[in-house]
Design a protein around this ligand. Structure first.
Ligand SMILES: O=C(O)CCC(=O)C(=O)O
Ligand SMILES: [Fe+2]
Length: 342
């Protein structure tokens, strides 16, 4: 990312092509940037439009906030989380392996996966609930780790609030009639996953060119908010098929549109394909809060987002649980279209 664009909140990458612009939105309302922007309501209205535009055009955006913005995530909390991640992944392999769930998907520790050997991941369901974070940290540190427990729980709550706020902004961005829209019931009030990730450094021969850390995918949930240490590696694919490496500032998060928002919006919102490529000799740590609908939630396009000429209906209604079952049994990257396209 280079210079900030004039007024549209986009940053230019090397290429001038629209798709190559990196959308960057400053969410620091409560501090210096509210000058001249009026009330919180007016700010939200203006931002909702920008959020919707970025999610339609790019399928993600880089969210920047002031270092001391308590409304979003204070800098100290973010730093503590990154330090805590190092401590967690430094635990012996047999300790980390204790975090396994046979009932919930994405809720275990995984490592040594042949297609992504550099990656180690913990999935923790509902870490914004204090006793859940405590159960996790007590399992990893039998004598407890109250500091990491507190950090993990607070940052999950903060990022969940932010995730829900952005979902509401997307809804507002479409100016849908209040009586109809059920984004809250349909897309929120579901499951929340915290994913904690470590990427090992690439082998010697791949240090320069890069080695795959996480394979190309779209997120299968509703909306994701990602954060990382100072090691870059996240890449996104533009609609024209080009890959861009994101340079994410330390006070920033990456907001990613998932398949469910794409389906709900009748394909107006773009679920961006992304991957992680590891270069150099520093380990990468990242974490993300993923929101998912309830398994029984019916994902259905609001009639206002269908237009016979410009946006004919693309997806039939489906339940989230059925979609995930389909994806898990097929592991096909085109899962949404194969499962729900008309
Ligand atoms: O590590 C990252 O920055 C990306 C992670 C990601 O895309 C995912 O977990 O779905
Ligand atoms: Fe992802």
């Amino acid at each position: 990312m280079r210079e900030e664009g004039p007024s549209n909140g986009e940053k230019k990458s090397d290429d001038d092509e629209v798709g190559m612009m990196i959308p960057c939105l400053d969410f620091s309302f409560n501090n210096k940037n509210n000058n001249g922007l009026g009330s919180l309501e007016e700010w939200k209205k203006m931002m909702s439009k920008k959020v919707r535009e970025a999610c339609e055009k790019h399928g993600y955006f880089v969210l920047v906030c002031d270092d001391d913005d308590d409304e979003i995530v204070p800098k100290v909390l973010r730093e503590k989380m990154v330090m805590g991640l190092k401590e967690l992944f430094d635990l012996p392999e047999e300790t980390k392996m204790k975090h396994q769930s046979t009932t919930k998907p994405y809720s275990s520790y995984t490592s040594d996966c042949p297609v992504i050997p550099l990656n180690q991941t913990f999935g923790v369901c509902d870490s914004h609930v204090f006793h859940v974070s405590q159960q996790f940290t007590n399992l990893m540190w039998p004598h407890g780790n109250p500091s990491f427990c507190e950090t993990m729980n607070s940052i999950s709550s903060k990022l969940l609030e932010l995730n829900y706020m952005i979902l509401k902004m997307i809804e507002e961005g479409y100016e849908l009639p209040k009586h109809y829209i059920d984004i809250e019931d349909m897309l929120m009030k579901g499951t929340v996953y915290l994913r904690l990730m470590k990427y090992k450094t690439p082998s010697k021969e791949n240090k320069k060119e890069g080695e795959i850390g996480l394979v190309t995918h779209t997120d299968k949930n509703t909306l994701t908010i990602l954060c990382q240490n100072d090691v870059q590696g996240l890449e996104v694919q533009t609609k024209t098929g080009k890959w861009i490496q994101l340079e994410i500032p330390q006070n920033a998060y990456v907001v990613v549109v998932g398949d469910i928002l794409k389906a709900w919006s009748n394909g107006r919102l773009h679920a961006v394909r992304h991957r992680v490529t590891m270069k150099g000799d520093k380990e990468r740590y990242s974490f993300g809060v993923f929101t998912m609908p309830k398994d029984e939630a019916k994902i259905e396009v609001p009639p206002e987002l269908v237009d016979a000429n410009t946006h004919p209906l693309r997806y039939h209604p489906f339940t989230y649980g059925d979609y995930i079952k389909f994806f898990v049994s097929n592991l096909n990257e085109n899962a949404l279209d194969e499962f729900a396209a008309l």
